[in-house]
Write a protein that binds this ligand. Structure first.
Ligand code: ADP
Ligand code: MG
Length: 465
């Protein structure tokens, strides 16, 4: 899958054409949101230390969870594998047919998960999922498979928690895999759940199948996280005997990086977001980097300027600009993309989506500049994570691939270019140029395809034991 080229940002410089008060405020904002090269290196060094802690001890800020996925895919694997992707609203069943040589075909089906199912007994949800799988296999002529089809089960969020709207009864403390496997057995569906998959691990694997030099997978979507290939010998807390490989995929849970707030340059706008979030003091890194939050940080700056009569002074607050999370991260994409001299697209968003009218040009520029600062900071921090992973795991002797899934990476203008720029600053001695050394690639739908591939790896491991 090649990356459809995301639009480039139309860069805007620091604001100098406002009133003296606006210019002074913006100068301060520039300082607060800009992370220079030296400081970026310091953050990376701290990230490396935290990785080490997480690999060697339990209950650290970076959880560094061994995925039990050993080794890597070679691209030569063949056969039918299933993936089950249970998201907040939809259930997707994907049949992945591996053809070898890095090629695969997918066929999928999608079904809505009703409110009743999400909040009713877990048993009902499992029955429903089993029926969906059964129906899909029948459509594909696989309902009478001699061998049970390996299935990878993925949640991009811990779906059994209430925050994405799931609140099933009878699920607490029970293994969701066992509950579903029971339902499949009761209905004689020839499927064996061989893996419970985290979406970063899935992203890594789906990229690896097509690009064997893949060493890491990232999510840059609603949330942010990463997984990478580590030498088992360096995972101090891993006490099990090694089996089929000397490497293991680690799910880092790096969104929690610096929950202690000792290194990340959080601003008062970030602190405000954090205090009002459902998880204050947690996921500090994620709150600076991911799609769920960036728009809200921008909104916090805009409303602070409004409080100080520095923006839209001629009108009252609108209900929309005052509402939490009403300034969506996708607005930032459209705003940054606007290359017109009168910033017509920016004006249109403020008007149509936020009911802010009669905005003057310098105000439009200010809004755009705020988006650029917040978006650039996010990309530079994502670069810290990537370079941190690759230098810690000592993967930088030759060119490597990194698979990235998520709408932020896919659609935000210049997000990728800004990551490359920051990575080059972090690796000034990079011999072949940064783009040839660290090849970032969009791994669209890594969680789906990756889950099936994880089932494949798990199946290989089971057979070789
Ligand atoms: P998920 O993380 O749930 O798997 P996605 O990877 O599609 O789903 O990410 C969705 C998030 O990406 C949204 O919450 C939103 O914050 C962000 N997003 C969606 N569209 C855009 C866009 N055009 N530009 C920037 N961010 C976007
Ligand atoms: Mg996802």
């Amino acid at each position: 899958m090649s990356k459809l080229q995301a639009p480039r940002a139309n860069e805007i410089g620091p604001i100098t054409t406002g009133s003296a008060e606006q210019n002074a405020y913006m100068e301060d904002i520039e300082r607060l949101f800009t992370i220079d090269t030296d400081y970026l290196i310091k953050i990376k060094d701290h990230f490396l230390k935290e990785m080490d802690k997480g690999l060697n001890h339990d209950n650290q800020t970076l959880a560094m969870i061994p995925s039990y996925v050993e080794g890597r895919l070679t691209g030569h694997e063949k056969g039918h594998y299933l993936a089950l992707d249970l998201g907040g609203t939809n259930l997707r069943v994907v049949l992945v047919t591996l053809e070898g040589q890095g090629k695969f075909k997918t066929i999928s089906t999608k079904a809505r998960v009703s409110e009743d199912l999400k909040t009713g007994p877990m048993r009902n949800l499992c029955e429903y999922i089993a029926d969906c799988i059964d129906k899909f296999l029948t459509e594909q002529g696989l309902e009478n498979s001699e061998e049970h089809l390996p299935l990878g089960y993925t949640f991009s969020f811990p779906v059994l928690q209430s925050k994405v709207g799931f609140n099933c009864t009878g699920a607490i403390g029970k293994d969701p895999v066992l509950l579903l496997q029971d339902a499949l057995l009761r209905k004689h569906v020839p499927v064996k759940i061989t893996a419970l998959v985290n979406d970063t691990v899935g992203t890594l694997l789906s990229n690896a199948y097509q690009k064997p030099d893949t060493v890491a997978g990232l999510i840059l979507g609603t949330g942010s996280n990463g997984a990478y290939v580590e030498k088992i010998a360096r995972i101090g807390k891993w006490k099990h005997p090694t089996t089929t490989s000397d490497e293991m995929v680690i799910n880092m849970e790096f969104g929690a990086f610096d929950n202690e707030k000792v290194i990340l340059p959080v601003t008062r706008f970030d602190n405000k977001l954090d205090r009002k979030s459902i998880n204050p003091h947690y996921q500090t890194f994620e709150k600076l980097v991911s799609g769920m939050y960036l728009g809200e940080v921008v909104r916090n700056v805009i409303t602070d300027m409004m409080d100080r009569n520095l923006l839209f002074g001629h009108q009252q607050y609108t209900e929309r600009i005052s509402s939490h999370y009403r300034f969506e991260t996708s607005y930032m994409s459209s705003i940054e993309e606007d290359a017109s001299s009168d910033l017509a697209a920016v004006r249109d968003i403020l008007d149509t989506d936020l009911n802010l009218v009669n905005v003057d040009l310098v105000e439009l520029k200010i809004v755009k500049r705020i988006c650029q600062l917040v978006g650039t900071r996010a990309a530079r921090l994502a670069a810290v994570a990537i370079v941190g992973i690759l230098s810690h795991a000592d993967h930088l002797h030759s060119a490597v691939d990194v698979g990235i899934d998520g709408s932020l990476f896919e659609f935000y203008p210049s997000f990728e270019a800004r990551i490359y720029e920051a990575m080059a600053e972090l690796m000034p001695n990079c011999a072949h140029g940064i783009r040839d050394t660290i090849r970032l690639g969009l791994a669209r739908d890594g969680s789906g395809v990756g889950a099936a591939l994880t089932a494949c790896v798990a199946d290989k491991m089971l057979r070789s034991k």
